[in-house]
Design a protein around this ligand. Sequence first.
Ligand SMILES: [Zn+2]
Length: 492
Amino acid sequence: MLIQPVTFGRTNQFSANFQRLKAAPSYTPLLNNSADTFTLNNKDNLNFTGVSSFISNKNDLKKLAKNGHLSCIWCGGSMFMQHELDAFQHFATRLSSNNDLFIRVMLHFSDYLPKERIALVKQIAHYNKAYPDKDLKTIFNIMTPVAENRLVKKQLFIFHNLKKLRPELPVELQKDFDILLEHSKYRILEKPYISEYSAKEFCYQLNNLSKSLPPSRKNEILNTANILTHPIFKEAGQELPEKWLKRVYKQAKINPGAKGNYISPQDYNAKEKLKLLLLNKIMFLASESKNQPVIDLCKLAKDKVLGKPVTVKFSNKAFAYKLDEIICNIHDKNLIKKFNNIIKKLPNSLDNKDAFIVKYKKEPIETIITKLLDDSLVTIEHISPIFRNTNDKKLKLKNKGLSKEDQVKRGTDSIGNWALAHRWCNAIHGSQNIKHENFPFSKEAGIKYFKTIIQDANNGLLSGESVIKMAQNYFEQTGIRIKLTGLKYTPE
Ligand SMILES: [Zn+2]
């Protein structure tokens, strides 16, 4: 049998692994299916010997990750190519209906996955032994209550530590802080509560969800949502100026003559009515595009506006965002640091298997399988962050009052500042300070990374000059000096 197209795993180990897997009968159908192929073909394999010019673009650099050749600069693990993930997605249904196959395939790629994901797969294997006749989704459901309990305990412990900092907060912020913690507890316990409505939070979440919409629809929705953040809503009183209202109708393409659309400027509830009108309009646009997540978000926001109790899932990001809104103007930068160091410890779906189970408990099993693997995608990491969404003015503000050591500098978008990293490691780095004691990754991974890339440069794939720049940027970011022993210098 010709098995050439299948090249998951490290090439040198692959043959042995494959023989072992092939011997297992339930794996055979997966590999034998050449019609709707598991094709990880060689079409974009780099030719490591015959390349005459240096790699100059991101896509070619990414190919160095293939079969674990170049490992993640931060954690040292192997990374998937996009087409490899696509192949997995293709087989998700088959993996989801065969527990043994699922477990074996996942463990086969343990090099590629974060430790906690492997721990999760091993836990599933354990449950699978206890419940041999249950399907994968049922096993997930059985695991969920225990995972929820453990996760809640961890989250509440972190809240307990945050509370200890309360006396150090300026008095005028303490009430907002208390409310945030109280409401977040409801979220963690998934209990309904009367939640504050925040236009800013709504727009932030809408922005995230609307990425899947077609561009013209997305713009229409975001433009309408933008009206909700107008300062007029924060002003005292309920009335709205007639002229302003007219402009809003026009901008949101709402016909004031249609039934239920007219709002009298003197209406006792004008602001509330307008919020609902705009949310309805967004909901209508989303339903035309059949986007259920946006529809659900609008429903939730409407309930909040109406003061109805709602159940909101706790999210680390939303919590960090809200806490930042409260503490961002404090003069004591050290206190902000203390807060941030505590919230960094909130368990997330990457570093905590219980958080993964809870986050995806309502998803179909095929989605869960995709999510297990997705974060292992190879991405281009800017060793020195380029702060895509921060302009120079904001960057200056960010550095204000910080010691020289803690200040940040914008990196360049060029090969000397590029590295390969997992999607999840890339996200952990983000634009945060990872220097010295803040380094959350593995030093050995960096050393291993540069060892391989030096060989690649000496073999003519990259210029020596770019490797030197990479090491300089790495040092600037992490404080870790890499010895480039054996590197042959070639100009870019
Ligand atoms: Zn990594």
